[in-house]
Design a protein around this ligand. Structure first.
Ligand code: FE2
Ligand code: FE2
Length: 161
């Protein structure tokens, strides 16, 4: 048995993961418009991962005998000032998700819900990687200066994901 309070937070986390996927899909749509198919591809992949995260939590809740009811997914942002803006927004979003996962983990520990705490350890590690990856694209973008041939090559690299 897991605790009702942590179960409720995990149901909310499903929405946050699906919203993350929505956000990244919209980033991809934006990059398609900017003729950067590699950037778009990278975020389509990322969106797929977020869907997997949502499904992982859903599976855990179902296995634990909890009910899962989905909520509406908020409309994602697409009005970006330049092609670097989604990258920054992506990092900020991952930091927000990390804080959300950590808060559920801390609640699980507080309630001695060790099964949920154990389950969340994978997500804590995953969030570390998510933040690293988000920072890495920003670093690369800044390194190439965001113009001309360099951005073309970076787009090619991101298309390899
Ligand atoms: Fe995620
Ligand atoms: Fe993520």
């Amino acid at each position: 048995m897991i605790k009702k309070e942590t179960a409720a937070l995990l149901v909310k986390q499903i929405n946050k993961e699906l919203h993350s996927g929505y956000l990244y899909m919209e980033f991809a749509n934006y990059y398609e418009e900017k003729n950067l198919p590699g950037f778009a591809h990278w975020y389509v992949k990322q969106a797929g991962e977020e869907y997997e995260h949502a499904m992982k939590i859903r599976h855990f809740l179902i296995e634990a005998g909890e009910k899962v009811t989905l909520d509406a997914i908020a409309k994602p942002e697409k009005d970006f000032a330049d092609t670097k803006a989604p990258l920054l927004a992506g990092l900020k979003h991952e930091q927000y998700i990390t804080a959300s996962i950590n808060a559920i983990y801390e609640k699980a520990l507080e309630l001695k819900d060790h099964l949920t705490a154990e389950f969340l350890r994978w997500f804590i590690k995953e969030q570390g990687e998510e933040e690293t990856n988000a920072q890495l694209i920003i670093d690369k973008y800044e390194m190439v200066g965001g113009t001309g041939t360099a951005i073309y090559l970076l787009d090619k690299e991101l298309g390899q994901r």
